[in-house]
Design a protein around this ligand. Structure first.
Ligand SMILES: [Fe+2]
Length: 288
């Protein structure tokens, strides 16, 4: 089996880890969960974070086959659309993104012809669907719970878990967004825990707990099952649901949830221009 080469890129502004996964220099690649910089104070976007992925792809002479989103992120804007312009590739997400689009279209009063069938994406993955990245075989896995549409991607022996589990000393993703559910996340993580112990696990965020001074993003299924502080192999569904719901009740909305969702349900595209030619994001009052 061809070894998956994994290059991580940490975005300190949103604690997001984006990845370039490839089958060797001169070969084929997938980009996972790329970040578009957004300054909430000025409403300005920028591509510094995503440019690092472009530079890596060019330095390693890679051809991008896929731009993979694990879900419609609520904490950062996706750079998928910009990266597709720079590097090509097909933007893909889980097939259940239509559920997320149906929830948020009325929240943001999106234009009447905004489609809620996922057609803004180039490809929608079914559960267990296989895909190729040159010599690598990928498998898309439904892992709902954080949102109804979350995906994990198993590429070679590297598992990209999105927002399901985080590093073992951080735990798990929140389950209180629309369509989120702690029991559903528990079952999704059980599915991941069936994978071989040596499977490398790459997280989408690292929030740097007080007990640690450096950012980390890689663990293994064995390490997660033994030491995940929210959901180890020995944790029951009832224990996890009680812990997750109690913790979620204390969390504020992510700082960038309103701008992020509006862009990310469009596969990273900007909203259509208003009558004055400018583009606007909506801030719904007293809705979330
Ligand atoms: Fe998320």
């Amino acid at each position: 089996m061809t070894q998956a080469h994994v290059a991580p890129f940490f975005d300190a502004a949103t604690f997001t880890v984006s990845y370039v996964v490839h089958d060797g220099a001169g070969g084929r690649a997938a980009l996972i969960d790329p970040v578009l910089d957004y300054d909430a104070k000025s409403g300005r976007t920028a591509t510094r974070s995503a440019q690092r992925l472009v530079d890596f792809v060019r330095e390693n002479d890679l051809v991008v086959d896929w731009i993979l989103e694990t879900h419609a992120h609520a904490d950062h804007l996706s750079a998928a659309a910009w990266l597709k312009e720079q590097l090509g590739g097909r933007i893909a997400i889980g097939a259940r993104i239509d559920q997320v689009q149906r929830v948020f279209k009325p929240v943001f009063n999106l234009e009447p012809d905004f489609a809620t069938d996922g057609s803004q994406f180039d490809h929608l993955f079914a559960d267990d669907e296989e895909f190729r990245i040159g010599g690598l075989t990928g498998r898309a896995l439904f892992v709902p719970g954080h949102t109804p549409a979350d995906m994990a991607y198993l590429i070679g022996d590297a598992l990209f878990v999105g927002d399901t589990i985080f590093m073992p000393d951080v735990g798990t993703a929140r389950c209180d967004f629309p369509g989120g559910d702690a029991a559903t996340l528990y079952r999704s993580v059980q599915k991941l825990y069936q994978l071989p112990d040596a499977t490398r696990v790459f997280v989408c965020h690292d929030y740097l707990p007080a007990s640690r001074s450096e950012v980390r993003w890689e663990s293994s299924i064995a390490e997660q099952k033994a030491t995940n502080i929210h959901l180890a192999a020995s944790t029951t569904e009832a224990e996890f649901v009680a812990l997750r719901q109690a913790r979620d009740a204390t969390l504020e909305m992510p700082v960038l949830i309103l701008p992020s969702i509006q862009i990310n349900v469009r596969a990273g595209a900007m909203p259509p221009a208003a009558s004055n030619g400018k583009r606007y994001l909506q801030i719904p009052l007293d809705v979330l």
